[in-house]
Design a protein around this ligand. Sequence first.
Ligand code: FE2
Ligand code: FE2
Length: 418
Amino acid sequence: MDAKGWATYGFVRMPDYRWGIFLADRDPERKIGFGDFHGQEVWQQIPGEYRSILRRLIVTQGDTEPASVEQQRMLGHTAPSLYDLRNLFQVNVEEGRHLWAMVYLLHAYFGRDGREEAEELLERHSGDANKPRILGTFNEPIRDWLSFFMFTYFTDRDGKFQLKSLAESSFDPLARTCSFMLTEEAHHMFVGDTGINRVVRRTLEVMKELGTEDPLAIRNAGAIDLPTVQKYLNFWFSSSLDLFGSETSSNAASYFANGLKGRPDEARYEDHLANDQTYALELPDGSGGVKAEQIPMRNAMNEVTRGSYVTDCELGLKRWNRLIEKAGYSYRLSLPSTRFRRNIGAWAGVPTDTTGRPITLEEFNARKREWLPSESDQAHILSLMHGVNEPGKMAAWIAPPDRGINNNPVDYEYVKMH
Ligand SMILES: [Fe+2]
Ligand SMILES: [Fe+2]
């Protein structure tokens, strides 16, 4: 199906909701777009030698989908409006469906091993001490809507880039499944982008009303001060960067060589073999400094994708900052350095400030509260979380959206309570 083939905006009672498996239309002419098999027919079945790595890729992608639903499962109680509640439900049912899409591939193409992997997807749970989800970000709790908006902006955007890479795959059923999922991912990121936009707008209104930028005064007025928005942004951006993996990766090189996982928008690149190119990295030198290193391009594919992701993340910041500028304030939101607070890759465990300057662990610990949500920041955000269920009404910490969904007004009864 294409994006027009599936969307429906009527009402369905939650117990009657059913998931389907959707794939983008098959292109009989499609050829492998990169790597050692460039130009050959795409595969409708998996060559035996790639079965286990491809299964691993699908399981890792599949594991994130139910994880996000688990992370977000309590947020319905504290939705700032019916409009937001509706969007939460759409995000959640689509992520549930993305799980089904991956399970379909495991069942249809991987035999018994695939069925066992699918069962294990049901056994792991986000944040579970014994059987956590595979990737770190998907075990972080999401107890409040500021985190939800940051997650849908930054972590669903990681999803976008992973799906774009998999949509390039030589294994055609995977490529078609991921192409379709991308159409849904766009709405998730819209929820995050506009959500943060509305938080910032409301904060600016309060700043204007009170005639102050003092975070405490803004908090006392029931809104979210911009430095706190920045700290949540630092947390979710840095966590999401880890999802791309290590800067130097022999796995990434072999995925690329074998055509299993490509670069997002591979067609934009001129050289689809990437055999003789190199990539310049900046790595910690082990004594508090930075050293340059050239590595083969194929080994740098994670970093190439991470770079495209960071560029994409910048766009929202520009829009949010324009709001702040237009309101006449000099504060600016910014993305921290990709070296900041990393747990995976060359910068894992290397303390830096938000500009990426290596610092001592003592300094990092002393300044952590400036950069990341502290307990009191979290307590303030949680104190603002109360469900608002009257059509058109918004919680005090967020501005209404510019428009409703599917041409409905903002005060439309988006969710009917029974
Ligand atoms: Fe998803
Ligand atoms: Fe998503």
